[in-house]
Write a protein that binds this ligand. Structure first.
Ligand code: NAP
Length: 254
């Protein structure tokens, strides 16, 4: 459920990666509710079809295609889909194949985490630039995590990858500031999705995790979508290189 009532993104086109469920889906839905044309994508065709058909049934202007963010051919097709131009890129995909402390992570899992969570985010931003440079209001938004500020023991390598996105945000923002393309980041706290389910599956883990959240509850995907819509809109026109923490009051900052 979102509370979208404004049309801040009318006339804009957005790409949101990993947007067939969870946070990415909520962002795509919110952008479209605010008037954007949204290109949604994820790895599995059936998920893309289901998400596109759900959003279309809500009268929203969306289209979709398969895009595994680590696949350069898929990324090429993703940008080709933006035939009328591109104003907003949300890089949202991430994986966490290793539930270990950071130095117990094996090399294969480390490479996968950095390939999807960091390298693909970098490549997407780089490849979006020719299109964003033609927009009068170019936006890049990275989805990081509160774990980039306050690492959780069990997802060590993932937290390092999410911290890297803060650096990518700052450095890309500095590079693009003069071109009027903003680069910002969102650090969600614990949000109720499939991705976070394993952290709260066992009752004792759930209690421990909830005790770290001052608001005492998990967030919902639409609560991240609201922050993303703000960053995508003209309301955030003088903001770049920043990370918005949306985490129910969890400790943040390095
Ligand atoms: P989710 O509900 O599990 O959704 C994952 C989405 O990503 C699905 O649409 C999935 O569809 C797609 N996907 C997975 N791997 C992909 C890939 N390599 N390329 C393209 N699409 C891919 O996850 P979520 O919780 O919304 O997480 C979204 C983002 O928020 C991630 O960056 C995550 O790190 C961040 N985050 C989440 C939380 C949380 O508590 N949930 C907290 C902090 C940060 P297919 O299976 O069809 O590919």
């Amino acid at each position: 459920m979102s509370s979208a009532s404004s049309q801040r993104l009318c006339g804009r086109t957005a790409i949101v990666t990993a947007s067939t469920e969870g946070i990415g889906f909520a962002i795509a839905q919110r952008f479209a509710q605010e008037g954007a044309k949204v290109i949604i994508s994820s790895r599995k065709e059936k998920n893309v079809e289901a998400a596109v058909s759900k959003l279309k049934s809500e009268g929203l202007d969306v289209c979709g295609l398969v895009c595994h963010v680590s696949n350069s051919e898929h990324r090429k097709k993703l940008f080709e889909k933006a035939t009328g131009g591109l104003d907003i890129l949300v890089s949202n995909a991430a994986v966490n194949p290793s539930a270990t402390a950071v130095l117990d992570c094996d090399e294969k899992a480390w490479d996968k985490i950095f390939d999807v969570n960091v390298k693909a985010a970098f490549m997407l931003a780089k490849e979006a630039l020719p299109l964003l440079r033609k927009s009068s209001c170019g936006r890049i938004i990275f989805i990081s995590s509160i774990g980039g500020f306050q690492p959780l023991d069990l997802i060590g390598a993932y937290c390092v990858s999410k911290c890297a996105l803060f650096g990518l945000t700052k450095t890309a923002a500095a590079q693009l500031a003069k071109e009027n393309i903003t680069v910002n980041c969102i650090a969600p706290g614990l949000i109720k999705t499939k991705f976070s389910h394993f952290l709260v599956e066992k009752e004792e883990d759930k209690k421990k995790v909830l005790s770290m959240i001052p608001m005492g509850r998990m967030g919902m995907p639409h609560e991240i979508a609201g922050a993303a819509a703000f960053l995508a809109s003209d309301d955030a026109s003088y903001m770049t290189g920043e990370t918005i923490v949306v985490a129910g009051g969890m400790l943040s900052r390095l």
